[in-house]
Ligand binder design. Structure first.
Ligand SMILES: [Zn+2]
Length: 414
């Protein structure tokens, strides 16, 4: 079956100027061609289906590089969410993946869940049961004993056991390795100090690379970023500069410069603060405790937007990722993240590329998704209006198409 998708313009995900009066030719779940004006007649069979979207924009399906499909995004803390069993997580994660797809997010990278639940959901989708965003999965984030998200099963300490843990994740079917290099929003963990020693973190990164897996590190303090750079990780999540238990941040220009020089991309997860602030502001009768949460997150969001701009000045490249599932962040948060990246200083086009072509390159799926070019999966999003004029257009979804090949794991691709 050949399908022609027509719209006023097409953004291909590379950052190139949009094509006008665009035609996208799709066949068997694969992009066959991208044209301005008209597709060459010899490529279009007589019985081709034509989908015409006047006033609309064609984009590559979006990619959220930081989600937690296990988590509900309804305000629950991690501790609340962990009352459920793994069977429930499998079911709710499938539901979350389908909601993401409905919003035009055709691929997600899940940066941690319980046991093998997300890997099982990925497999179920690969087998063709149900529909949902293509999932790039790490299994359990590797964390110190009692460290951030330890409930999910990723605890390990000491170089030997950490190397074993990486191998166990690969055995489970991990597409990449996630490590918690500092504490985070888990009770009794320390966000303002590195969790692993330098030798431990370096051992994890070395083992991940020996197993041909990329590794990304959750870092909420400057020292954890420095350790991650030294360990040679491929990506950093959050890149926070927290200095104390109150969550106050002090930007460290020297660490920012090191990070820029290292060329390691960062996932901003600005949406977490955005949704937290929105949820707290929506409550008119705030208790003193809720007011202090609001004050804290207003400050965090401001700091995060400032740091986003300062890190970019230091040469750091940002990739779009939301932390969907965490606290009030819904699974379709990505358009909000893209808008916040624009608020932090990116152009609309730069922010869209951070959620399409650059996202695919960062997580290593650029040979199948992220841009609209011949040979890639037909992951397509059509929205009303022009997102380059107003990013809110990304919420006005007219069509979502997903290529048929759901595989991500290198071994499954062979
Ligand atoms: Zn996260």
């Amino acid at each position: 079956m050949t399908t022609l998708i027509k719209a006023d313009r097409l953004i291909d995900g590379t950052g190139k100027a949009p094509l006008k009066d665009a035609v996208l030719l799709v066949e068997g779940g694969i992009v066959k061609g991208v044209f301005e004006g008209q597709a060459p007649k010899e490529l279009v069979p007589a019985d081709a289906e034509v989908l015409d979207f006047p006033g609309c924009t064609i984009l590559p399906g979006l990619i959220d590089t930081h989600v937690h499909l296990n988590l509900p995004g309804d305000g629950s803390t991690l501790e609340d969410a962990m009352r459920e069993t793994e069977g429930v997580f499998v079911a709710t994660s499938s539901f979350a993946a389908s909601k993401a797809l409905d919003a035009g997010i055709t691929s997600v990278r899940d940066v941690g869940g319980s046991g093998r639940t997300v890997i099982d959901v990925r497999r179920t989708l690969e087998l063709g049961y149900g529909r949902g965003a293509r999932i790039c999965a790490c299994g359990q984030p590797i964390t110190v004993t009692g460290g951030h998200t330890w409930y999910w099963g990723g605890e390990a300490d000491g170089e030997e056991r950490l190397r074993l843990k990486v191998r166990e994740m690969v055995r489970l079917g991990a597409d990449f390795i996630k490590v918690m290099a500092s504490g985070g929003g888990t009770v009794n963990t320390i966000s303002w100090l590195p969790a692993f020693s330098q030798r431990e973190l370096s051992a994890i990164a070395d083992e991940a690379h020996r197993m041909d897996r990329k590794i990304t590190a959750h870092c909420l303090c400057a020292a954890s970023i420095e350790y991650a750079i030294e360990a040679g990780v491929d990506q950093i999540e959050h890149a926070g500069f927290i200095v104390n238990a109150k969550g106050e941040q002090i930007f460290d220009a020297a660490v920012a410069e090191k990070l820029g020089k290292a060329g390691i991309p960062v996932t901003g997860t600005l949406a977490v603060g955005g949704y937290m602030v929105e949820a707290m502001q929506a409550k008119t009768d705030r208790t003193p405790a809720e007011q202090s949460i609001l004050d804290r997150w207003l400050r965090m969001l401001d700091d995060n937007l400032d740091q986003f701009a300062q890190l970019r000045q230091a040469g750091v490249e940002f990739v779009a990722g939301t932390d969907a599932g965490w606290r009030f962040t819904p699974v379709d948060a990505l358009p909000t993240e893209i808008a916040l990246m624009q608020r932090g200083g990116m152009t609309a086009m730069e922010a869209i590329v951070a959620a399409t072509g650059f996202a695919a390159r960062t997580i290593g799926i650029e040979d199948r998704a992220g841009t609209l070019a011949p040979g890639l999966a037909s992951d397509v999003l059509v929205v009303a209006g022009n997102p380059l004029d107003d990013l809110k257009a990304l919420r006005d979804v007219r069509m979502v198409m997903q290529g048929t090949d759901m595989r991500i794991t290198p071994s499954a691709r062979a």
